[in-house]
Write a protein that binds this ligand. Structure first.
Ligand code: AFP
Length: 283
């Protein structure tokens, strides 16, 4: 089997297991990890599952997880970055969570231009997995049920945007950003849930904009370059959408460490242009 197929299948199989066993983590305890982020028992559990399965593959040379301080060397092969359980604070309220994966042929540090695949799993009322690969023409969505992964459809982005999901408390965001948000929210329906994969899924279904800007609490934005922003930007750009950190595509961001953060905006081209026009004037 091709090395990339091994990785995709392993993520699918592990996601099935995560999906089936998430109820055991409904009341996950919260602690703080080494980089100062909240970490639940479920984050640690999912990280161990994905590590055990991925590190056993010949295809994987390095495992780089949001839940770990450093990359784990597994031999020769692709560098896999992962947020094993994105949005885990949503477990307490029984809202959706996800898994985000990036696959690099290059060693890190690298920009998103070096990605050769990205995937996201959404554990919602049903579980889906979206896969973008540089050796495939289309971005494929799979429905994961009864232990199988069915090809479900091709991913696309509607031209006529309908929804907007913006993070951050108003008082913690810049005045300029709040002005832009106010303008956009006149025409787009606000939809924000606090798990990037789930929030992005709404944008991909209905068209629109997802954004986590810089705030006073997170001056560089909250989302991690390697584990959230860049792999999701790859998925969105592969289907004709755009991404930005305010001035450039997220695929061009040069992270200054494994846990670097970035302001993150993903969605329809015209909305990303409006974000860039607004932020370009110093807002
Ligand atoms: P958790 O995994 O700690 O729940 O964080 C999720 C996340 O990194 C991302 O998925 C969300 O978009 C963002 O944080 C939500 O942050 P706020 O709680 O500040 O809205």
């Amino acid at each position: 089997m091709k090395a990339m197929d091994q990785i995709v299948q392993t993520i699918q199989q592990t996601a099935h297991y995560v999906n089936t066993n998430l109820p055991n983590h409904a009341q996950s305890r919260v602690s703080v990890n080494a980089s100062g982020d909240k970490q639940t028992d479920a984050d640690v559990w999912a990280d161990h599952l994905f590590f055990d399965k991925l590190s056993a593959l010949d295809a994987v040379g390095s495992y780089v997880s949001e839940e770990r301080d450093a990359a784990i060397d597994c031999g020769e092969g692709y560098v896999v970055t992962i947020d094993p359980l994105d949005g885990s604070s949503n477990l307490a309220s029984n809202n959706s969570v996800g898994t985000i994966v990036g696959v690099y042929e290059a060693e890190l540090p690298a920009t998103g231009r070096e990605l050769c695949a990205a995937m996201m799993v959404l554990y919602g009322p049903y579980t889906t997995m979206t896969v973008a690969r540089d050796d495939r023409e289309i971005v494929q969505e799979y429905l994961l049920r009864d232990g199988f992964s069915e090809r479900w459809g091709e991913f696309s982005l509607p031209d006529d945007p309908k929804v907007i999901g913006l993070a951050g408390k108003k008082y913690a965001r810049s005045e300029g950003f709040n002005e832009l948000a106010k303008e956009l929210e006149q025409h787009l329906k606000p939809r924000y849930g606090g798990a990037t994969v789930a929030d992005l899924a709404q944008v991909l279904e209905y068209g629109g904009l997802f954004g986590y800007p810089a705030t006073t609490e997170y001056p560089d934005g909250k989302l991690r370059v390697y584990y959230e922003a860049v792999p999701l930007a790859y998925l969105v750009e592969e289907i004709g959408g755009r991404s930005t950190d305010g001035t450039q595509s997220l695929l061009d961001v040069e992270p200054d460490g494994l846990h670097a953060r970035t302001p993150t905006f993903l969605g329809n081209e015209d909305l990303i242009e409006r974000v860039e026009a607004h932020m370009g004037d110093g807002s």
